[in-house]
Design a protein around this ligand. Structure first.
Ligand SMILES: *Cc1c(COP(=O)(O)O)cnc(C)c1O
Length: 394
């Protein structure tokens, strides 16, 4: 008999920049019997997913579905389908993911202007306005609503106004915001909005919700040259998701089940309740960290409740503390990306992971480890500040 390697992934508390913990109902859905990708029962589930997506994404857009692949597939679908060679694109960038969009727009043949903000601040709309005016004839403006690399939320409306004035389309990355903070493509006047499943929707990574406005769809379907992507060609994808049911790829069946249940859980909780839960837990964490004596990296007033960047105190070893959090407490947090490497920890409170218990556990675990590493964290002040925000007696 041949022995095979043991397969026994440990249970973790996922408090990094994603994936977040999945609800048991979502995990159970994935073990449901497989259906064929053109089985009438599966097609019904797909239709329900589209309706649920429109509810959760607060949009009436006909073109609303999920691309196969993680959040980046939604990004690539939006960029590659909207940008043709020679198109002028203004990319507003305040972190790692904004830059990723710019690189994709360049690969699509776009003439890209980058508008940069410091990592930790939101995008400055005036800088976007002058870049759009200077470039002239801009086809697309891009932005990241919730920058997971910095913990910053950039307000969409001011950028949307600029795009409208210039007659340009607006693309908004909502991978980390959907299901955690208000995402309103129709009210914003956004033309392409995409997300992922493993952030605030709390399903495993695997598909990417995407929605396109009628104006955006007009731009996609009137392209002179087909986009450089076949797999993520939205015209072809739409023909599978709508009543034509033209085979394009074998749908990731179990991931669509997961999406269906994750969206159902959002609707059952209620979007407003869910936003309020993320807000309360996120602020409790942030106020607790500050009371403990730590500094937050993102500008005040623009801090995401679902992802907190906390500065690593001088003399404390980044990797050692993160390693101990994982090993001793089973808690995963993220390190800094790009220029913030070694400078911050990224603490997520997304979806199922956003709970009062996780806030208090994390403050206690981090505070203890910091004290071992020579930083005098005020554990009691941290706990009391968080408990006060959570509405618990201290
Ligand atoms: C996570 C993330 C992505 C990429 O999603 P993947 O699922 O890792 O492909 C894109 N944009 C933002 C803002 C993200 O947080």
């Amino acid at each position: 008999m041949t022995t095979t390697p043991a397969f026994d992934p440990p249970q973790r508390i996922l408090m990094g920049p994603g994936p977040s913990g999945a609800h048991p109902r979502v995990v159970r859905a994935m073990t449901a019997p497989l259906l064929g990708h053109l089985d009438p029962e599966f097609l019904r589930i797909m239709d329900e997913c589209r309706d649920l997506l429109r509810t959760v994404m607060r949009t009436g857009n006909e073109i609303t579905f999920a691309t196969p692949g993680t959040g980046t597939s939604g990004m690539e679908a939006a960029v590659m389908n909207l940008v043709s060679p020679g198109d002028r694109v203004v990319c507003s960038i305040c972190g790692y993911f904004g830059e990723r969009i710019a690189q994709m727009a360049e690969r699509a043949g776009g003439e890209v202007t980058r508008v940069q903000a410091p990592w930790g601040s939101p995008v400055d709309p005036e800088a976007v306005r002058s870049a759009v005016q200077q470039a002239g004839g801009v086809k697309l403006v891009t932005m990241v609503h919730a920058e997971t690399s910095t913990g910053v939320q950039t307000p969409v409306e001011p950028v949307s106004d600029i795009a409208k004035e210039a007659g340009a389309l607006l693309l908004v990355d909502c991978v980390t915001s959907l299901g955690g903070v208000p995402v309103e493509p129709d009210a914003w006047g956004a033309d392409a909005v995409y997300s992922g499943t493993q952030k605030c929707l709390s399903a495993p990574p695997g598909v990417a919700p995407i929605t396109v406005s009628p104006r955006g769809w007009e731009a996609i379907t009137s392209r002179e040259v087909p986009s450089n992507t076949w797999y993520l060609d939205m015209d072809l994808l739409a023909a599978y998701w709508d009543e034509r049911r033209v085979y394009h790829h074998t749908a990731p069946i179990s991931m669509i089940y997961a999406l269906h249940q994750a969206l159902s859980l959002v609707v059952e909780e209620g979007l407003e309740n869910r936003w309020a839960r993320h807000e309360r837990n996120g602020r409790a964490l942030q106020e607790g960290l500050e009371a403990m004596g730590l500094g937050l990296h993102a500008d005040e007033g623009y801090r995401l409740p679902v992802l907190t960047t906390v500065r690593i105190p001088d003399g404390v070893n980044d990797a050692e503390v993160r390693g101990a959090l994982l090993k001793r407490y089973g808690v995963e947090v993220g390190g800094g990306l790009g220029e913030l490497k070694g400078q911050v920890w990224r603490v997520g409170l997304m979806g199922e992971s956003s709970s009062p218990g996780n806030v208090l556990l994390f403050l206690a675990a981090l505070g203890r480890l910091l004290r071992e590493h020579g930083f005098k964290a005020d554990l009691r002040a941290g706990r009391e500040a968080a408990a006060a925000r959570l509405g618990e007696p201290s």
